[in-house]
Design a protein around this ligand. Structure first.
Ligand code: BEZ
Ligand code: FE
Length: 293
């Protein structure tokens, strides 16, 4: 293999994969090289630009640790996370749509009983959340596990606040089960819009291309029930000014709901609230898993 030039380099690299025994890996690597080279030709990438890109990816790596995943933020802000998620989670139109997972999920979040207060002291206006989990045929799904997590009124998740000893206290996050008819409710706080972490290379990239780092206010849900595909989604707050420009492209109109504002009073579960409060009612429809359909 000699005298390779700019016209023959792509085929030479692809040919170098010919002994790869993993067929899928060979397919992926071949396509990656084709697109990477086509991109470099398309923009006539300069050496200076190539080096800047290497430096950028190096910075993305350096800021990444077990708490901060800048590569996922990069994928999110370039729409790759939403594309990969969408093409792997196609559902019948009557099912609740999925959206990005995001970096703030915590496995094994605190367990609550249906109806309890998951805020655990998080800052924000009181909010009563209720709904039902059903299957695509309209059937109630009993005992679904509902994982919920959200930001506080300052736009931060619990995992972004450490106490003096450097520990996280879980707030506005929890796991609970719906009842035998699929109904669930919990007390929490009002979700607010927040900027994704933008003090690193991804934030600099956003600023350089004239984009803001904000996500519209939302509640995250992961809903699991035997016989159904796990649903990972958000419910977005109607009226939020960032609904049309979510930095991670995650908004679906079917996921936008009204958070109703109420004067001080009593919530449907008897919760007496002496300040203005909000309520959200949203039902989730799960797709039967293939084995179950
Ligand atoms: C989130 O909604 O938690 C999120 C999603 C993508 C990037 C950053 C945050
Ligand atoms: Fe979020």
């Amino acid at each position: 293999m000699r005298n390779i030039n700019e016209d023959t380099i792509t085929q030479a690299v692809i040919a170098s994969f010919s002994d790869c025994r993993d067929g899928r890996l060979r397919t992926v690597m071949t396509s990656l090289v084709q697109h990477l080279h086509a991109f470099a030709r398309d923009v006539h990438l300069t050496e200076d630009e190539w080096f800047k890109a290497i430096r950028f990816l190096t910075e993305v790596g350096h800021i990444t640790d077990d708490k901060r995943q800048e590569f996922i933020l990069l994928s999110d802000t370039l729409g790759l996370s939403m594309l990969v998620m969408s093409q792997n989670n196609r559902k019948p139109s009557n099912c609740t749509e999925a959206t990005v997972f995001g970096p703030f999920y915590v496995e094994g979040a605190p367990l609550y009983n249906n109806g309890e207060d998951i805020s655990n002291g998080a800052k924000g206006a009181p909010c009563y959340v209720s709904g039902q989990v059903r299957g695509a045929g309209g059937e109630a799904i009993p005992d679904a596990q509902i994982d919920v997590w959200q930001s506080d009124e300052d736009g931060f998740y619990d995992v972004q606040h450490l106490d003096e000893a450097g520990n996280v206290i879980h707030r506005a996050r929890g796991r609970l089960k719906g009842d035998a008819e699929g109904f669930f409710n919990f007390r929490s706080i009002l979700a607010e819009a927040y900027p994704i972490p933008h003090d690193g290379p991804v934030g600099r990239m956003l600023a350089a291309v004239g984009r803001h780092p904000w996500r519209p206010a939302h509640l995250h849900f992961m809903i699991e029930a035997p016989g159904y595909e796990t649903l990972i989604t958000h419910v977005f707050r109607d009226g939020d000014k960032y609904l049309e420009s979510d930095v991670v492209f995650g908004v679906r109109s079917t996921l936008i709901a009204e958070w109703k504002r109420h004067e001080p009073g009593v919530a449907p579960d008897g919760w007496e609230i002496d300040v203005p409060w909000y309520s959200l009612e949203y039902d989730f429809v799960l797709n039967p898993s293939e084995a179950h359909a």
